[in-house]
Write a protein that binds this ligand. Structure first.
Ligand code: IPM
Ligand code: MG
Length: 360
């Protein structure tokens, strides 16, 4: 296991996540070997680059990575190659983490935390499967140059190969088989060549999964449907850029982006990280919500350790903590006991103990 706390609130939320990880691993007799390293701005400070070669080598040897967040105001003015985000992208690419799973569930005690009406968000239980190592994030050519007329310009390239689409789409259909067996593929096939190919491949892979119901939506329509009628979604599969945008939007349904966990799976290991960013404005103040990281640890038990029961235990403990009215400041509530990052983590630990006093 490698822990990469990163920047901003990363070290705080990862601190809470690691204490849950250690406690639950102990209960299920998993012996953890925790290695720590830096990524993002923290790595720029230590190594001069946002992801050092030795760090990438280390994570490639690990079964799983737990990451906090990267980015922050400090780096705004820096050159693109040493921006903290470049470290995260290099890590995803280096580990070939091609499928990013972002589940969005609305926990009943947080129904009021969303700015949307409870009757709209109430039935949300969806999973965004975002392609993570291709598309416009990595396409070449990219960069800045000048036109023949001397006009300054910048360009990026949206590109997908058939195998890149096939593997993430197959993953999405397989995951749908363990859920409500419904996939909505999101593209912009009325405009983009890449999306036309995407749609063709999705339609062909669908033949391998006849039990799954498939629909296609244009990304603009999907953005609207997500907040109009979110209950229609089970699994959403989409490319890198659309998945980035839609998953932030979907976070509003869950009450706060501070609640959203993620797992990035691929050919060489897995990485678990909260969907939220480094929130430099509240960093170091013990205000950040650690639940997204704690729920990412639950995903780790499920996907890396193969112990669904341990994942359930963590999720139940999060739910009952919220049922008791405990909230971090990002979670709006009429009446609540507001706590900081550390205390929230401790409450979840207490709930784990209360739910399973026998030590399992
Ligand atoms: C995310 C983030 C990253 C992304 C940034 C930090 C590079 O927004 O994980 O969603 O765009 O993928
Ligand atoms: Mg994002």
């Amino acid at each position: 296991m490698t822990v990469l706390p990163g920047d901003g609130i990363g070290p705080e939320v990862v601190g809470a996540g690691v204490s849950i990880l250690e406690e639950v691993a102990r209960r299920y007799s998993i012996s953890l070997l925790l290695d720590r390293d830096d990524i993002g701005w923290a790595a720029v400070r230590r190594y001069g680059v946002p992801l050092a070669d030795e760090t990438l080598d280390r994570v490639k040897k690990s079964d799983a990575v737990l990451l906090g967040a990267v980015g922050g105001a400090e780096a705004e003015s820096k050159d693109f190659a040493i921006r903290p985000e470049a470290g995260l992208l290099a890590l995803r690419k280096g580990m070939d983490l091609y499928a990013n799973l972002r589940p969005v569930r609305v926990l009943p005690p947080l129904l009021d935390a969303s700015p949307l009406k409870p009757e709209i968000v109430g039935a949300t239980d969806l999973l965004v499967v975002r392609e993570l190592v291709g598309g416009i994030y990595f396409g070449e050519p990219r960069g800045r140059d000048r036109t023949e007329q001397g006009e300054e310009r910048a360009l990026n390239t949206m590109v997908y190969t058939v195998p890149q689409i096939e593997r993430v789409v197959r993953m999405a259909f397989s995951l749908a088989m363990g859920r409500r067996k419904r996939v909505i593929s999101v593209d912009k096939a009325n405009v983009l060549d890449v999306s036309l190919l995407w749609r063709e491949v999705v339609t062909r892979i669908h033949e391998e999964f006849p039990e799954v119901e498939l629909d296609h939506q244009y990304v603009d329509n999907c953005a609207m449907q997500l907040i109009r009628a979110p209950e229609q979604f089970d699994v959403i599969v989409t490319g890198n850029l659309f998945g980035d945008i839609l998953s932030d939007e979907a976070a509003v349904l869950a009450g706060s982006i501070g609640m959203l966990p993620s797992a990035s799976l691929g050919t060489g290991g897995a990485m678990y990280e909260p969907v939220h960013g480094s929130a430099p404005d509240i960093a170091g103040q013990d205000k950040a919500n650690p639940l997204a990281t704690i729920l990412s640890v639950a995903m780790m038990f499920r996907h890396t350790f193969g112990i669904g029961e341990a994942g359930d235990l963590i999720e139940q403990a999060v739910l009952s903590t919220l049922e008791k009215g405990v909230r971090t400041p990002d979670l709006h509530a009429e009446e609540a006991r507001y706590v900081g990052t550390r205390a929230m983590g401790e409450c979840v630990l207490e709930e784990i103990d209360r739910i399973r006093p026998d030590g399992r």
